[in-house]
Design a binder for this molecule. Structure first.
Ligand code: FAQ
Length: 311
């Protein structure tokens, strides 16, 4: 039979054969991956800022060493992901340009402030917890370089999630002030965390096609529900509560019901109007501009060496 390129491609995807950089792929598949992987990379890099804010103020040497390691891991994740995106024919400079100009998105969650030490615990437990829920299935996505990068990312994220939970567990056994601080952090991070999964399925323009291409293995709402179910149980171990009066076990569905998400807030944040959007982008642009002399020096050094070799 005379199969079209597109049919051969979809057939491979259906048979769970990985697509590799040099294989034929539909242009829309390539663009979807560039969008998703670069947005993911930018999120890792911007995501270093809220927690980086607490490195110098961590409550002990041990906490500081752990947090430093975690934030460095996020830098590593950003770098693997940029490399994976580069295999699709976009350069790193183009991706940075899209981030710095505000054209590329990054996760909504990193536009919220980290007000107290307990926020570091809440981010680890909830934000890294949501990240893992979304990213474990990405280890099986159809594009080889992205799937392979996600394996290591997920191992590190699971350490991050545990360190966050352990911070909150320690605070839960502390003074009343410490317990209040932890509960307050959970109250502020809960709703933004469940927004991380993206719009509801009926409002998600990309999900159906990304499921057919096996870039996504579950829908946004499916992953969100799994996350709510797990957190509703874990919060009991901490002895805290989630800030949702409608959160309730539903015997018939076998899941927790939860209250309505404020999509107006979500849309505001992704349009650039969240509490810290400007601060986050300004910090990245400043880092890029301040690093210009390093890039120039590295280029000059390479150029000189090339000339020496040629001489
Ligand atoms: N924030 O049709 P869909 C981390 C956009 S974890 C901002 O559902 P899709 C680890 C979406 O881009 C966070 N924008 O789109 C860490 C699209 O807009 P576009 C990063 C969002 O792609 C932890 C529009 O809404 N993780 O960094 C968000 O099928 C702690 C329509 O949405 C990833 O990026 C949002 N929350 O599904 C680091 C995972 N949600 O592009 C430091 C990979 C949706 O058309 C500290 N990405 N949008 O202009 C994915 O799995 C998917 O891209 C989704 C969105 C699920 C995020």
């Amino acid at each position: 039979a005379n199969l079209t390129n597109e049919e051969v491609f979809q057939d491979k995807v259906d048979q769970e054969i990985r697509i590799e950089p040099k294989d034929w792929m539909p242009e829309a598949y390539r663009q979807t991956l560039i969008r998703q992987i670069s947005q993911h990379a930018h999120s890792e890099i911007i995501g270093m800022l809220p927690e980086g804010n607490w490195i110098t103020r961590a409550p002990s040497l041990k906490r500081k060493a752990i947090l430093l390691a975690k934030v460095q891991d996020e830098a590593g994740h950003g770098l693997y992901l940029y490399s994976a995106a580069e295999t699709l024919g976009i350069t790193r400079d183009q991706m940075y340009e899209q981030l710095h100009s505000g054209q590329a998105k990054y996760s909504s969650i990193f536009n919220y402030p980290t007000l107290t030490w307990a926020d570091v615990g809440a981010i680890g437990w909830l934000v890294d917890g949501a990240a893992i829920m979304n990213q474990v299935p990405l280890c099986r996505n159809s594009y080889g370089p992205y799937a392979r990068a996600m394996v290591r990312v997920c191992k590190e994220e699971s350490f991050h999630q545990r360190q966050g939970f352990e911070i909150l567990l320690t605070l839960s056994r502390g003074t009343e002030a410490q317990r209040n601080m932890a509960q307050d952090a959970i109250n502020r991070w809960w709703w933004p965390s469940i927004m991380m999964f993206g719009p509801g399925d009926e409002a998600s323009p990309h999900t159906a096609q990304s499921m057919r291409w096996k870039i996504k293995r579950f829908t946004n709402d499916e992953l969100r529900q799994k996350f709510v179910d797990i957190c509703a149980e874990q919060v009991k171990i901490l002895g805290f509560t989630l800030p949702d009066e409608e959160l309730k076990w539903n015997d018939a569905s076998g899941h927790y019901d939860f209250g309505a998400i404020d999509w107006t807030e979500f849309n505001n944040v992704i349009r650039g109007n969240g509490p810290c959007n400007k601060q986050r982008l300004d910090a990245r642009r400043k880092a890029w501009n301040d690093g210009a002399w390093v890039r120039e020096a590295a280029m000059a050094h390479t150029e000189k060496r090339k000339n020496r070799m040629a001489a």
